[in-house]
Design a binder for this molecule. Structure first.
Ligand code: PRF
Ligand code: ZN
Length: 378
């Protein structure tokens, strides 16, 4: 029920197709983030108007709320949220660590994550209650959620981190992947392996080799885009890609900006997810052909132009920058909705153009054209 087909290469950039129980996905693909069973600020119909192929959900959040009993009662996440297309779920490995770090920064609590060989004990960001995730439980939860693509529980260290701690994270992530694979019951759901190793080349190589040895349905590159310079992220991606078999999809987790995505596609990445289009939309930062703009700025007050004249989204077809700016300044919810629709369509259109350029063997030409405009070189 899960398959990947490599259709064409242009340099290292790849055009492919993923087959899942809930339909096909053309790659390279961007997956909008729907952490809590909704892509924030849009209804299913509004989301569909941006032409997404797959969305992402989070095991951590869905387990805490509404909880697995509710998800089981409703027959899984697809049925619960009335979403017929594919869903990928993240394991919670990353959220457990990053949400606790956020709290630490706020100076609110002490030790909130306890890492052992068995699993990870963590405090809920909602009510402070303690929970214990094991690789087996995280697979079980994702089988109740019924996602098409599951992620195993992993250890994602912060940046920077010592070689020793990064090595521990790699080793634990591998041992947990073996346990995840054994725990998996449903044939139709895919399970990826997650490559860790921070910014250490030797660890990245070791992690890639050992993860690929376990013959997973696809391979995620984790532990990047956590504050390291973009060049290091590209370097680490370049190191692991040659170890991943050509006939399996590669997913760069939590990435990124349009520039990050283009650079990573060039290096052979097939799948991306990021809160960037949706989160930025809600604070008034919009992506356009000529770069980002802050729609709240006074200069848009009398603008009768669409947000992006080259965009075919509902927002750009119907409203002016001046109107969207007004909605933001008046704190009307519709502002966030219109901005989210636009940003999501900007990202899916970017991926459509990337795929077209690979199909026509013009990826590098596309890259130059896109970046010249986007970064203001015109
Ligand atoms: N692991 C998991 N999810 C993730 C990451 C990771 O390393 C990242 C890193 N950018 C984003 N999401 N499980
Ligand atoms: Zn638009």
């Amino acid at each position: 029920m899960f398959e990947f087909e490599l259709l064409k290469k242009d340099g290292n950039a790849r055009l492919g197709k993923i087959y899942t129980a809930h339909g096909e996905i053309e790659t390279p693909v961007f997956m909008p983030v729907g952490t809590q069973g909704t892509v924030k600020a849009v209804t299913k119909e509004q989301l569909l108007s941006t032409k997404p192929q797959i969305i992402l959900g989070n095991t951590y959040h869905l387990y805490l709320r509404p909880g697995i009993e509710v998800l089981e009662y409703f027959g899984g996440l697809h049925r619960f949220m009335n979403w017929g297309k594919p869903i990928l779920t993240d394991s919670g490995g990353f959220q457990v660590f990053s949400l606790s770090r956020e709290k630490k920064k706020e100076g609110k609590h002490k030790a909130e994550v306890i890492l052992t060989e068995e699993g990870v004990k963590f405090k809920s960001h909602l009510d402070g209650s303690w929970h214990f995730f094991t690789p087996e439980l995280v697979i079980h939860i994702q089988e109740i959620i019924g996602s098409d693509i599951m992620m195993p529980l992993d250890v994602c260290p912060p940046y920077p981190v010592s070689h020793t701690t990064a090595k521990d994270a790699v080793d634990k992530t591998i041992r947990w992947l073996e346990r995840s694979k054994k725990a998996k019951k449903n044939e139709w759901q895919a399970l990826f392996g997650i490559i860790q190793g921070s910014v250490y080349s030797d660890l990245r190589r070791e992690s890639a080799i050992k993860t690929v040895d376990l013959d997973m349905d696809g391979y995620s590159i984790g532990g990047l885009s956590v504050g390291e310079p973009a060049e290091l992220m590209y370097e680490m991606t370049e190191i692991v890609i040659p170890f991943i078999p050509e006939d399996k999809p590669r997913y760069l987790m939590g990435v990124g900006t349009p520039e990050n995505i283009i650079e990573s596609v060039e290096r052979g990445v097939d799948m991306f997810d990021c809160v960037m289009p949706t989160r930025n939309a809600r604070n008034g930062t919009l992506f356009t052909t000529y770069g980002r703009l802050n729609i709240k700025a006074a200069k848009h007050r009398f603008s009768d132009e669409p947000v992006d004249s080259e965009c075919d989204c509902y927002t750009c077809k119907n409203f002016s920058r001046g109107y969207v700016r007004h909605l933001f300044n008046a704190e009307e919810i519709t502002g966030m909705i219109l901005a989210t629709i636009h940003n999501l369509r900007f990202y899916t259109r970017l991926m459509e153009e990337i795929r077209k350029s690979i199909k026509e063997s013009k990826f590098l030409e596309f890259k130059k054209e896109f970046l010249d405009k986007y970064t203001g070189l015109k």
